[in-house]
Design a protein around this ligand. Structure first.
Ligand SMILES: Cc1ncc(COP(=O)(O)O)c(C=O)c1O
Length: 373
């Protein structure tokens, strides 16, 4: 292989979709509606049907979705929200922005909130559990909902990475009280800019969320609370409507590629692979391997023109603004030192995955030869 393999390749996808996207752009230009409108309403209907939820409310991005969810639940100073120790900072950021305190739960071997630890973190101040379906793999929502119900806690699912994952017939984000999604361009379903969404089956929460997104308005010029502007652009809604048609085929391609990785990598000594990635409860957003030689492997792949990424280099309690909220979480800290995300997207080829796998096998072969010498 004589060309480099970047971690992501958003150009290839958009080159392929250019005609459809340009046609949508032209339609929206002709309609002259750039916020709300037909595309927004169509996205709402598409999402409700796809996720099996009564209310889907597009918004400006996934970070806003989390903050708006907490505001809709009236979470604020004095309240605690349990967040996993490994996640995008946005999850904990939202908690801080409403004035509440994030309490970090250690992770299991997949990087998900450890449900055996979770009950011990619940205090009289705890109001919400915020599971994050990290890398696209869903938390055991049966168990989590049981814990939440037994302590009468709200559940806000951070489904930013897990659009398309399904746990026992239920979509990620559709099981808790509110589901929050991100359509950031690198996600499995990505906009051509920033975009996000909140979803719920609860009509009162839906009304509250709809108002917060749009300046606290119940109807035009009828402001019933202090809201904000987190409306989604009509253009982004339109592009997402186009991309939704391609989504099932992209998901199938991700699974095929993940299967190829597993085939080649699962028996390598010193390397752990994401065994659950082919299940429906995983949308194959990220293919995250684990090894004690992570930094050396990353460098070796870089020297072979293969891009990788780390999600995430530090657990939240290790990041200065969040360290103040609680002690380090051991599993999370260790996991962050060993994880490496390999390229996985619908515009990657089988040959590229085989090449990456071959290079990884070569790395471990060289290592064990060096150890023996
Ligand atoms: C787990 C998680 N939560 C929240 C977010 C925030 O989404 P956005 O980037 O759309 O604000 C992201 C995405 O970046 C994420 O991965």
């Amino acid at each position: 292989m004589n060309k480099s393999i970047p971690f992501l390749n958003l150009q290839a996808m958009h080159f392929d979709l250019a005609d459809d996207l340009q046609a949508k752009f032209k339609t929206i230009l002709q309609q002259g509606v750039f916020s709300g409108g037909k595309e927004h309403d169509l996205l709402q209907a598409n999402m409700q049907a796809y996720l099996g939820l009564a209310y889907c409310m597009p918004c400006a991005n996934g970070s806003d979705a989390l903050e708006i969810a907490l505001r809709a639940l009236k979470i604020g100073p004095g309240d605690e929200v349990i967040v996993p120790a490994i996640t995008c900072v946005a999850s904990a950021e939202a908690v801080c922005l409403v004035g509440a305190k994030p309490v970090f739960c250690d992770c299991d071997e997949h990087g998900l909130m450890d449900l055996t630890v979770l009950p011990s973190l619940i205090s009289p101040e705890t109001k919400v559990i915020m599971p994050v379906h990290l890398y696209g793999m869903m938390v055991d929502m049966d168990r989590l909902m049981e814990i939440a119900a037994s302590r009468q806690l709200w559940v806000v699912e951070d489904a930013a990475q897990s659009f398309g994952s399904v746990f026992q017939g239920k979509a990620a984000g559709s099981i808790g009280d509110i589901g929050c999604y991100s359509f950031y361009p690198t996600k499995n379903l990505g906009a051509l800019g920033e975009a996000g969404m909140l979803a719920t089956n609860n009509p009162e929460l839906a009304e509250e969320i709809g108002q917060i997104i749009n300046h606290g308005q119940r109807n035009k010029d009828e402001h019933v609370s202090v809201g904000r502007n987190s409306r989604m652009d009509s253009l982004q809604a339109g592009f997402l409507n186009v991309k939704l048609d391609y989504f099932p085929a992209w998901q199938a391609k991700r699974k095929e590629l993940a299967k190829t990785y597993l085939l080649h990598l699962q028996h390598i000594d010193g390397l752990l692979v994401p065994n659950h990635i082919l299940g429906t409860h995983h949308n194959a957003h990220l293919f995250v391997i684990r090894t004690n030689f992570r930094d050396e492997l990353k460098l070796f792949l870089e020297l072979n023109d293969i891009g990788t990424a780390i999600h995430y280099p530090l657990s939240l309690p290790e990041i200065p603004p969040y360290g103040a909220f609680g002690p380090l979480r051991k599993n999370a800290e260790l996991l962050c030192k060993t994880i490496l995300s390999l390229p996985l997207h619908p515009y990657l080829s089988e040959q590229e995955v085989q090449f990456i796998s071959m290079k990884i096998a070569e790395f471990f072969k060289n290592r064990s030869a060096n150890v023996r010498d």
